[in-house]
Design a binder for this molecule. Structure first.
Ligand code: UT7
Length: 333
């Protein structure tokens, strides 16, 4: 009997309606469309404006689309993992709330925080549950209301982030031509000084002082993060290619975390890939943290073919980074 692998068997996604343009941002802070396009490569990002709505509402919409597309009844789902850095609450887990909102009653669910690598780490975790043979339908969701932690008076961070969600279904397969094949995942907590949220956790609980000091927003030292992102993402993507003897011609697609167009181009170059094999949608959605990878897969789904060799790679807060190699499981109808 061949090894049981996990395969992605469907994708759903959701983007909130409101579109924040560079023109609108340039009325809020001292910036220009030209600076944002040249330095980052973002034109627009979607923002969740509905009062009282959080990441779970974004995640639940992606999961509902996924259930519909894969003809899955909510009761059939065994496990749901939500990757997010913008949970609805400190507790309970946003995954529990998404499951409730999507009518998923027979599953266990939990959150996973690995910054912008959250979806990749969660995909790896879900894969292990499927490979164990105990779980047949596992949903991995990346859901982020980044606008809830962006300081819209800080021009260095506010153009970067957007809200959105994406969800994939993982199911077992014994077909050797498809499924999730390998992963290289790494982290280095020493990188936390360059990218973090200063207050609101147990080290510095929320207080009048922390609010006044604007410490509940994203703190990022952009240049330091940029350098690590290029070298670490390229290292693991190139290592994955070498390990599986994959040349640029063998790869159908590269799916990079969408943080900065220049980072993506530099990584693609080190992999020897032409840009037409690199999924790129940062211009429309910005950096949606744990949602960037499933948003790419969702958008490219109509073009993906069974057996396509795909490498995913991410870099994010922690620092966390990694790559995964999979063979796409289905042709779109
Ligand atoms: O997803 C998690 C991982 N995150 C990342 O991968 C992000 C990595 N970092 C980056 O993408 C880039 O470093 C940023 C986009 C954050 C910043 O771009 P940069 O090219 O590294 O700019 P910089 O921070 O070196 O700033 C250059 C100049 C500065 O002005 P001075 O000091 O040279 O006069 C900034 O004040 O650009 C200025 N600047 C801006 N100017 C216009 C910073 N933000 C803006 C802005 N508009 N929005």
């Amino acid at each position: 009997m061949s090894k049981v692998r996990a395969a992605i068997t469907g994708i759903g996604a959701y983007l909130p309606e409101y579109i924040l343009t560079n023109e609108e941002l340039s009325r809020m802070v001292d910036t220009t469309d030209e600076w944002i396009m040249t330095r980052i490569g973002i034109k627009t990002r979607h923002i969740l404006k509905t009062p009282g709505h959080g990441s779970s509402d974004l995640g639940a919409k992606a999961v509902q689309m996924l259930l519909k597309k894969t003809n899955t009844a909510p009761e059939e789902v065994d496990l749901l993992i939500c990757a997010t850095v913008t949970p609805d609450h400190q507790f309970p887990a946003t995954a529990n709330i998404i499951s409730d909102k999507a009518g998923i009653k027979n599953a266990f669910s939990f959150d996973l925080n690995a910054g912008c690598s959250g979806f990749l780490y969660a995909l790896s975790t879900g894969t292990k549950f499927v490979e164990s043979g105990m779980y047949k339908k596992v949903i991995i969701v990346g859901a982020e209301k980044m606008s809830s932690i962006v300081d819209y008076t800080d021009r260095a961070t506010c153009p970067i982030f957007g809200d959105g969600s994406g969800a994939v279904m993982l199911e077992p397969t014994e077909d050797p031509e498809i499924g999730i094949i390998d992963e290289i995942l790494q982290s280095d907590g020493a990188g936390r000084v360059h990218l973090h949220q200063k207050a609101g956790g147990s080290v510095k609980p929320s207080s009048h002082e922390s609010i006044d000091a604007r410490e509940h927003y994203i703190y990022q030292e952009g240049q330091a993060v940029f350098k690590f992102a290029v070298s670490k993402m390229a290292d693991v993507a190139v290592e994955m290619m070498k390990k599986h003897k994959l040349g640029p011609k063998d790869l159908a697609w590269f799916v990079p975390h969408q943080a900065n167009n220049r980072i993506i181009e530099a990584v693609g170059k080190r992999m020897g890939l032409p840009m037409d094999k690199v999924m790129l949608n940062i211009e429309k959605y910005g950096n949606t943290t744990a949602a960037t990878l499933p948003l790419c897969l969702w958008e490219w789904e109509p073009r993906l073919k069974k057996g396509d060799n795909i490498i995913l790679a991410t870099f994010g807060a922690g620092f966390t980074w990694g790559s995964m190699y999979l063979k796409w499981a289905y042709d779109s109808e």
